[in-house]
Write a protein that binds this ligand. Structure first.
Ligand SMILES: [Zn+2]
Length: 221
């Protein structure tokens, strides 16, 4: 009786190890890995659930190749996470060689730091991760057109390409205290040649302002 119970515990432990190992490399190994000896209807049900969860999960992992839409989706997800924490609705993801290096959302209210815009936070993270201030191989995806401060930070970091969703005027219309100097004007003034891709997934990014407004915390920055 005792050994049967022990075998059951072992099977469950093994199930979890196999499931999480499968998740780690994007495959579901669970069904093959569970010994037939310890199978039970309950474990089979669990295995079926694991298989279905594995199918539901996106194939992308942190190290896989990202499309522009996937990279922007990460930025949007960051912004939503920020909104849930009562932060302003801005998110950013920085990619190198089509792989995500870091992402961040605006934390101005959380950190009481007026410079903690999503792009600034993401650039700081990437510099830490890569151990350099030269981000010349990176692409910055941001849910809103970078303000002059963030554009300048991208310039200093030598980021060659910026993809953005909403416009500064969209943020201004939502009540944010924007410096209404478009990125295209910054580019023209500076002559730095940063490639700009405007209004990418524009509607999804503008929707963030509506989600933020619905929470009604009224904090703009
Ligand atoms: Zn900014």
């Amino acid at each position: 009786m005792l050994s049967a119970a022990f075998a059951g515990v072992l099977a469950v432990a093994r199930t979890h190890v196999c499931y999480w190992a499968g998740r780690w490399d994007g495959q579901a190994r669970f069904p093959k890995a569970v010994s037939l000896r310890y199978r039970s209807p309950r474990l089979d049900k669990c295995a079926a659930m694991c298989r279905s969860m594995s199918r539901m999960e996106p194939k992308r992992t942190r190290s896989s190749s990202l499309t522009d839409r996937q990279a922007m989706a990460i930025a949007i997800k960051e912004a939503r996470a920020g909104v849930r924490q009562d932060q302003s609705p801005f998110g950013c993801a920085i990619v190198k060689g089509r792989r995500l290096v870091a992402s961040a959302h605006n934390t101005v209210w959380q950190t009481r730091d007026s410079t903690a815009h999503a792009e600034m936070n993401a650039i700081r993270k990437v510099c830490r991760v890569l151990g350099t201030i030269d981000l010349s191989g990176c692409v910055l995806y941001t849910t809103c057109e970078p303000c002059p401060m963030c554009y300048s930070a991208a310039h200093w970091a030598r980021i060659p390409k910026v993809v953005f969703g909403a416009r500064i005027r969209d943020a201004q219309a939502a009540g944010f205290n924007e410096l209404v100097i478009p990125a295209s004007k910054m580019r023209r003034f500076s002559g730095d040649g940063i490639e700009l891709v405007p209004e990418f997934m524009h509607d999804e990014c503008r929707q963030l302002f509506r989600s933020w407004a619905e929470r009604g915390n009224g904090k703009t920055c």
